[in-house]
Each structure stands twice: as structure tokens, then as C-alpha cells.
Design a protein around this ligand. Sequence first.
Ligand code: AMP
Ligand code: FE
Ligand code: FE
Ligand code: ZN
Length: 282
Amino acid sequence: MERFVDLHIHTTASDGTVSPAEAAAMARDLGLAAIAITDHDTVAGVPEALAAGERLGVRVIPGVELSADYMGRDVHIVGLFIDPAGAGLADALAWSRNRRQERNEKLVSAMEADGLPISMDALRAAHPGAVLGRPHIAGWLAEHGLAADTADAFRRYLNKGRPYYMPRQRMGLDRAAAAIRSAGGVAVIAHPFHYGFDPDALEGFIRAAVRAGCRALEVYYSEHTPARQAEAAALAQRYGLAASGGSDFHGDRKPSIRMGTGIGGTLRVPGGVLEGLEAARR
Ligand code: AMP
Ligand code: FE
Ligand code: FE
Ligand code: ZN
């Protein structure tokens, strides 16, 4: 029987709602052959997931998700098979977390100045140890009656063009891919249809990412229709990229996405992608 994997998972170390150990337990219950923990800007959840995976007989692949800038857009690069102790990677992650922290403080101060019931201290207390981002702020606003849910909070307050939109400074594609590769990982272009590029711009972005050192593309993803998946597979083929894939599971923070099977239960990431990804590491 073919077994499936999920190589894009967030935990409580960033903006997921399931702990790393719980994620490994869910993967075991779902019969997944492997999962990758890919939190935003941190590898803090990896050791706990590795230990739980070993206990439960689930393969856990150390990973991370970095935000990078490409022509003014926020594009995401997933790193798989990274050494979580890699020094170059740690530097890049720390830089990114610091820029995030500056943005969070400005954003929350602006909300406080307008009388909204929120503070950095309260957010930190609600999510101990997590790398905080807009999803936590959105969740807080929803829990305090200022929005119907997280998505509504983004629409009202946080999206581009809304009163509290504040960009954070991001590293370039080159640095993101180099940081991942310096830790022995393979750099994966995440969710390629997420960025609003038209087909030509998308290929330009993929070429730039390949030049930067990316060696794989998320062919399988929660939001991919069969047509999108075929398109992504063709792009991977055209640019010599290994296929990767995952759900982008965030627990209850993105309740429509299920681990392993994505939105509507249609996602299947074949375990065979692991071979191609391992081969793409060097
Ligand atoms: P940040 O990295 O802190 O700027 O927050 C960006 C993250 O917020 C993205 O990675 C998404 O996971 C999440 N996000 C962005 N827009 C929305 C939305 N409309 N609803 C829910 N989550 C969102
Ligand atoms: Fe996220
Ligand atoms: Fe992402
Ligand atoms: Zn993600």
C-alpha cells in the first residue's frame, strides 16, 4: 500500500495550534509515513517532534519556513532536511525574528494607541515561546470580540490596505536559500500560486529562486486543484526541480486544512517524493 507524507506543518512554535509532539501523534494516527515540521522563522519545535516521532514510529524531517522578498512580494521558502543546529541558518532565523518583533511592536502599539485591548505582554503570555506574527494578533482580536474569526480580523485590520497593515523587512531570496543550504537542507519554493504572479512572472520568480539555490517546488499543496497540481509538476520538470508537498497544516488557526489530506480531503503527497528531495540536497 502506498503511504503518504505531509512536508509542510506548523506547530505552536510558530502560528500552529498543535504542539510538535501532538503533530507527530496525529501523523501516526493518520498513518502518514513522514512529516516535516516547517515553522515560520524557527526550528524550536523540531527536537520535541523528533523525540515524539521516534517514540511513535513516525519519521520526522526537520524543516523551517522562511519569508523572503522577491520584487516587493512576500514569498516563502521551505527548508527540509536541515540541521537545526546549523549556525548560518540560526543567524538568518534570528535576523528574521528580530525584524518580525520590531513589526509586531509597532503594530500592537498603534492598536493600543487607538484604544484596542491588546498588548505585547498579553500576546506573549497567551503564546509562551512562540514566534509571534499577525495570525496571533488576529486570533487575539477575534477572541476579544473585535472580529468574527481570524480571517475576519485580517480583513478588518491586518491585510494590505487595512488600518494596521505594516510590512516587515525580509531577507532576499539568495540569503534564504543559502541559509537553508548551509544547514545541509534542500530549499523548496513554497505554494507557488500563493503570490498572485501571472504565468510569466511566476516563471521569472522560479528562475530567480533556482539561481538563488532552490532545488524543489511544492507540487502538492492544500489549495491546488488537479489543474494547478499538473501545472506545478510541469514547472518542476521544466526547471529541474524535485517535487515536494504538504498541507500547510496550522491546526485550528486554519481549520479548513487537515493534516495529510488538506482542504476537502483531496490532498495526497506520495512518499516517493522523499527520494527526489534527498537527492536534491547537494
Ligand atoms: P506575518 O508573517 O506575521 O506577517 O503573518 C503572515 C501569516 O499570516 C501568513 O503566513 C499566513 O499564514 C497568515 N495569514 C495571512 N493572511 C491571512 C488571512 N486572511 N487569514 C488567515 N491567516 C492569514
Ligand atoms: Fe502561518
Ligand atoms: Fe507559507
Ligand atoms: Zn506554511
